[in-house]
Design a protein around this ligand. Sequence first.
Ligand code: ADP
Ligand code: GLC
Length: 474
Amino acid sequence: MPYAKTGGLADVVGALARELRSMGHEVRAFMPLYAAVRRAYPDLQPVPAVEAVPMMIGSTEYRFSLKSAHPPGADPLIYLVDCPALFDRSSFYTNDPDDHRRFLLFTRAAMESCRYLEFAPDVFHCNDWHTAFLPMYLKTVYAPAAFFSRSRSVMTIHNIGYQGIMPAAAAPDIGSATVVSQLDPADLALGVINALKTGIKFADRVTTVSPTYAREICEAPLGMGLQSVLRTRREAVLGILNGVDYLEWDPRHDPHLTVHFNPKDLRGKLANKQRLMAANDLKIDACRPIVSMVTRLAEQKGIDLLFDSLPLVLQERDFGFVVLGSGDSRYADFFEGLAGRFPGRVAFHSGFDESMAHLIEAGSDIFLMPSRYEPCGLNQMYSLRYGTIPVVRNTGGLGDSVQHYDPRSGIGTGCVFTDFDSPAVRWALNTVLDWFADPQSWRRLMRNAMAQDFSWKRQAQLYEALYEDVRHRA
Ligand code: ADP
Ligand code: GLC
């Protein structure tokens, strides 16, 4: 179970670290000690070597300590950077004016902690803009010292839509004049500093979370302004599809479910469907399909496409619809309105609810992801395992993990549409509902889906090969 989660990053980092550990690597993961984590895990252990360490960010002095968590089994060691002045906030991510300082301190604290712990990793694996100054620090601030001379960096982009853009006035917080001189001069002239761009420039290798997204971000529009810098490093950019943590996400033993099922015995799926309907006040006949979504309510997720198409399909066809999500009120209002308009058929479960996410995967028939862009996406891969047929837009990792079903040949695992418009979603929903109407064909499709294997075992080997490669770089 992740310590802190708002989306897929938590699932991915936790599972990859565990897999690498089980392959025999020494893995130590750093994360901020957010207030919610402190409340949920009161028994975190202090790390005596790293207590109340002073650290200047610009002209402000902070103090941080390290706490550690030893998750059960052979899971990797997790270090939590404790700095209440920066992390005791009501949410993990904020738009507070000192947001950049929160993650600058986190990044530098992780590096300093390694020194206190006398642990010089072969590879620092940085995830997203929050840690993106590390590769530059390694090659500037820490370059003269022998301690990290053999350490290399990998920068993984989970979502290029979040770049950590801060005002140029933040430059003194980032470091000395020598360090600042390494930042992109054109950006500085425009009055900004871009954390992710800095990471892309300085990391020994850059990865993202699917092969298709790796290609997409090298071009406009999906590069979102970073396409040129990515193209200059094209040789260093690699796409590795995320894996699935099947200890958490498998209907055979999902810890959040009371009734389990498998491809040979699907009776448990119906039991979960009934629980899902009861929990969300859905009054449809249980033999009618349930279409679902579990999503951050963000522009990325393509919810705009549903504004016109979904009410139409709900009028035309007989099915239930359930969505679990939190985020932008524009989308919450839409789903709330829809639930009011189609009582007993549409349910909106607002908020973040891990158990409900699992019940939705288990109890619904069809899972909708009409994303505008999707670096990888995890729910479509989870859905496949639960025999919940994904309907996805052909972008990023969605196209890399779902194959459009052909009822004649019986080959394929879901429904894939391409155009980013309402008619395309309407077509996709009608198509999948037609497939559902043929029980024999649908069972075949479910079997195909459930037979897919996106385990981390294979994907972690790709990271292992990448680490080997960077380790030998000068
Ligand atoms: P992203 O990271 O862009 O949000 P992913 O598909 O990679 O998209 O991962 C989303 C993860 O977050 C999945 O594990 C999904 O179940 C979970 N999730 C998203 N929204 C919610 C929510 N409101 N409640 C519970 N889990 C959620
Ligand atoms: C991001 C992306 C998502 C990806 C996840 C984990 O949040 O939006 O597509 O699966 O990171 O890599």
